[in-house]
Design a protein around this ligand. Structure first.
Ligand code: NAD
Length: 287
């Protein structure tokens, strides 16, 4: 029997509807429209597409959106000054600096991201938000892993007491995913490039999350029959061909449920960003 396909668009639609309802409620109750500011430095074409998508998504949901375009030659001081102004701006509840940054400021990435007030850090990258996630306190959580968790919950996939294995230990995906699954009482193992006998670990997983960045890395023999497989990977193998980290065609014959690429996790990230902006506004109003 082939696996249940977890279509990203179905879950993304649900996240957007939730965000829209919550944004309307904030307007009615407090007269406040949630607002997002995205800073883009330089002219990276992929970044420009991502920023445009975020802006359109905000407009569709009644979220105020500002795109701040800064030249390629921007200095660290100029960028920090823009962040400071947005930190102090009451119309803006979420601030996002689109990565990657140009060469001359890329080495200051941590300092730049840490300048965003934690309450407005809708990417969830600030050490304060990381600490809140690890210690189980309410905060803002990175959009991609948070979207994966919410998808599992909405799909009715059991997490409590289950074995979850994550391949990849990045700060953006792997590590926050670990803490999110732990917070839902899974027994979680995180694997990485130094893990020995990876297939013997992944075959124990009821929930397997792949965030490696290598095409077709997860093969059918690495998956326990009936497992849920979440493919976070986005790998371009030809100008117009994207694939995930999972050998989808073979693994879908073994797994119980699986996300496709494209059309899976990738669609959840921007939808979850909208929820994070609304959550940020709610948290700022309650503070
Ligand atoms: P990363 O490069 O920061 O981390 C990759 C991880 O894979 C590392 O922790 C590394 O230890 C591990 N790894 C590498 N080789 C391995 C091996 N042979 N065995 C076991 N582990 C190995 O990547 P990232 O930022 O976490 O992204 C991972 C993938 O997810 C990429 O394809 C990226 O494009 C994609 N991604 C997608 C979204 C989305 O919206 N869907 C968001 C973020 C990242």
């Amino acid at each position: 029997m082939t696996a249940r396909i977890l279509e990203g668009k179905v879950f993304a639609q649900q996240f957007r509807e939730d965000a829209k309802k919550k944004a309307e409620a904030l307007k009615e109750k407090y007269g406040v429209q949630p607002g997002l500011a995205v800073i883009i430095v330089g002219e990276n074409p992929a970044s420009q597409v991502y920023v445009r998508n975020k802006h359109k998504s905000c407009e569709a949901l009644g979220i105020y959106s500002e795109v701040i375009e800064m030249p390629e030659s921007t200095t660290k001081e100029e960028l920090l000054a823009r962040i400071d102004a947005l930190n102090a701006n009451d119309k803006i509840h979420g601030i996002l600096v689109q990565l990657p940054l140009p060469k001359q400021i890329a080495s200051h990435e941590s300092e730049i991201l840490e300048r965003i007030r934690p309450e407005k850090d809708v990417d969830g990258f600030h050490p304060v938000n990381v600490g809140r996630l690890v210690t189980g306190q309410p905060g803002l959580v990175p959009c991609t892993p948070f979207g994966c968790l919410r998808m599992l919950e909405l799909a009715g996939i059991p997490i409590d007491g289950k074995r979850a294995v994550i391949i990849g230990r990045s700060n953006i995906v792997g590590k926050p995913m670990l803490h999110l699954l732990l917070s839902r009482n899974a027994t979680v193992t995180i694997c990485h490039s130094h893990t020995q006998d990876l297939p013997s670990v992944t075959r124990e997983a009821d929930i397997l999350v792949a965030a490696v960045g290598r095409p077709h890395f997860v093969t059918a023999d690495m998956v326990k029959p009936g497992a849920t497989v979440i493919d976070v990977g986005i790998n371009r193998i030809a100008p117009k061909k994207l694939v995930g980290d999972v050998d989808f065609e073979a693994v879908k014959e073994v797994a119980g449920a699986i996300t496709p690429v494209p059309g899976g996790v990738g669609l959840l990230t921007v939808a979850m960003l909208m929820e994070n902006v609304v959550r940020a506004a709610e948290m700022q109003l309650q503070a």
